[in-house]
Design a binder for this molecule. Structure first.
Ligand SMILES: [Mg+2]
Length: 232
């Protein structure tokens, strides 16, 4: 395996690195309820791979609220969610997915490797979750959930930010997206990145494979398999 090459690794957060579980859902749900008077059909909503502001928009417009009203109150709804998430996670840490710390330690020790985030969370949400999980310091930067209308728009944001933060212009093919949903797979493919999908979220291995992932892993628990999958 060549280790001298430079590589940009873009990690998804929820379902890939951690699960914030019912704590995050409760904070999200109560913030919607207190901002809009309803949490909509949140129990049946498929959150995985989606962007937080878009989740609010979709849930609330589906519940019958005018789009303009939702857009106007969206910043305060997200702020309320994040305040509550921060409080909740101050005494209940998110659970790390198997092998996550080990692979991050391994990749961080390799010259030329840049670990970063590509996530549906807004930056503050990512920081709250990953600080509580003890993972925040592994990442050089992120492309966040409020930086584009769809997840596919975040790949180019990540490449641009990599250039700003590292001084190196990474090509899509020098990048790797690691995620647990079809949306992660599709956004990686959209920039020509290698995609490593992990079946540690709600999406099964066959669906991830069908979406076009280059490699699908049950989880990241075997360090050498995970490293080989990511570095190719
Ligand atoms: Mg995810």
């Amino acid at each position: 395996m060549t280790t001298s090459e430079s590589r940009l690794i873009l990690f998804d957060i929820d379902g890939t690195l951690i699960s914030s579980g019912p704590v995050a859902l409760a904070a999200f749900s109560s913030a919607l309820l207190d901002t809009f008077g309803t949490a909509g059909d949140i129990q049946n909503y498929r959150f995985e791979g989606r962007l937080d502001p878009i989740i609010v928009l979709e849930l609330m417009t589906a519940a019958g609220l005018p789009r303009a009203t939702v857009e106007k109150r969206l910043p305060s709804a997200l702020a309320l969610y994040l305040d509550r998430l921060e409080r909740a996670l101050s005494d209940s840490s998110p659970r790390l997915k198997p092998g996550v710390r080990e692979i991050l330690d391994d990749l961080s020790a390799r010259p030329g490797i840049v670990n970063a985030l590509l996530t549906g969370n807004v930056e503050r949400g990512a920081r709250i979750k990953l600080t509580a999980a003890g993972l925040w310091d592994y990442f050089a930067f992120g492309a966040w959930g409020d930086e584009g209308p769809t997840r596919n728009d975040l790949g180019p944001v990540a490449l641009r930010r990599a250039r700003e933060k590292t001084g190196k212009a990474f090509l899509g093919k020098e990048s790797v997206v690691v995620g647990d949903s079809r949306h992660d797979v599709l956004c990686g493919k959209a920039i020509g990145a290698r995609v490593v999908a992990v079946a540690t979220g709600r999406t099964g291995a066959s669906e991830l494979e069908a979406a076009g992932a280059d490699v699908v892993l049950t989880d990241l628990s075997d360090l050498s398999i995970a490293r080989e999958a990511i570095l190719g």
